[in-house]
Design a protein around this ligand. Structure first.
Ligand code: NI
Length: 252
């Protein structure tokens, strides 16, 4: 059975089908799905889904895109929500210099604030980092003492050297639908991730894997991610390994 460690069932495109998707999970080989928040509203929604449906778990946090609108009361709400039994992580949080939708200094401040929050709540973190691996690594190194509950580099797109730096900080590395793209070009990075740190995800409704490009992504397509990675990792059973890793990191 697989665990989708990063899904946005809380997105408007999937939310109306939340019950239907949940009902089909076991049949599609999934045991759990982590529904990840990106702002106050989507975090509330993720938690609602986790309380309503057995196999959905929640992560709450403010995405770097929304950092500019983050307020102290949002962190307080994240704190309240994370005390619920099925809220398993703080995320997604991080830095995004590709879209630059929030000022970079604001992104860094909001990122650090939430690392502190996660640590005080004893929760692992889900990191979204795009075109900002250098700055993210500097911050995480400075905040090293607050990483004891772990975290995952979601949708990892960095180099092998970067991957090793994050692994050295005790973090996990997750790959999604991009591994099925012709231009992915990072099979070698996937091969070098230590078995006990590898995770898989869909990031649905985004990042739809081949051969479903052009359609909405769904948790069930996680098997395509798993199959592709298995081609590159003859040393491990990807399904068993990643599921065990997800259970350990998120305590589910
Ligand atoms: Ni996401």
């Amino acid at each position: 059975m697989l665990i989708d460690t990063h899904a946005h069932i809380n997105d408007d495109r999937l939310l109306p089908r939340a019950a239907e998707i949940h009902a089909g999970l076991a049949e599609k080989g999934l045991e759990s799905v982590i529904v990840v928040g990106y702002d106050r509203e989507s975090s509330e929604c993720a938690v609602r889904l986790s309380t309503e449906f057995k196999h959905y778990f929640a992560a709450v946090g403010v995405h770097p895109h929304d950092a500019k609108s983050a307020k102290e009361e949002d962190y307080l709400r994240s704190e309240e929500l994370s005390r619920l039994p099925k809220t398993v992580a703080i995320g997604e949080i991080g830095l995004d210099y590709y879209y630059d939708l929030s000022d970079r200094e604001v992104q860094k401040r909001v990122f650090r604030r939430q690392i502190e929050l996660a640590h005080s709540l004893k929760k692992p973190m889900i990191f979204h980092v795009r075109d900002a691996y250098g700055d993210a690594l500097s911050i995480l190194k400075e905040e090293r003492g607050k990483l004891e509950y772990g975290g995952v580099m979601h949708c990892f797109g960095g180099s092998a050297e970067m991957m090793k730096e994050f692994v050295g900080l005790g973090l996990y590395i997750a790959f999604g639908g991009a591994v099925t793209f012709k231009n992915f070009g990072k099979a070698d990075v996937v091969r070098q991730v230590p078995a006990e740190r590898l995770l898989i995800e869909t990031d649905c409704p985004y990042m739809t894997p081949v051969p479903h490009r052009g359609k909405e992504n769904l948790p069930e397509y996680i098997s395509l991610v798993k199959d592709k990675i298995q081609e590159w990792r003859e040393d491990i059973l990807v399904a068993e390994t990643t599921t065990e890793n997800a259970r350990r990191l998120f305590k589910i």
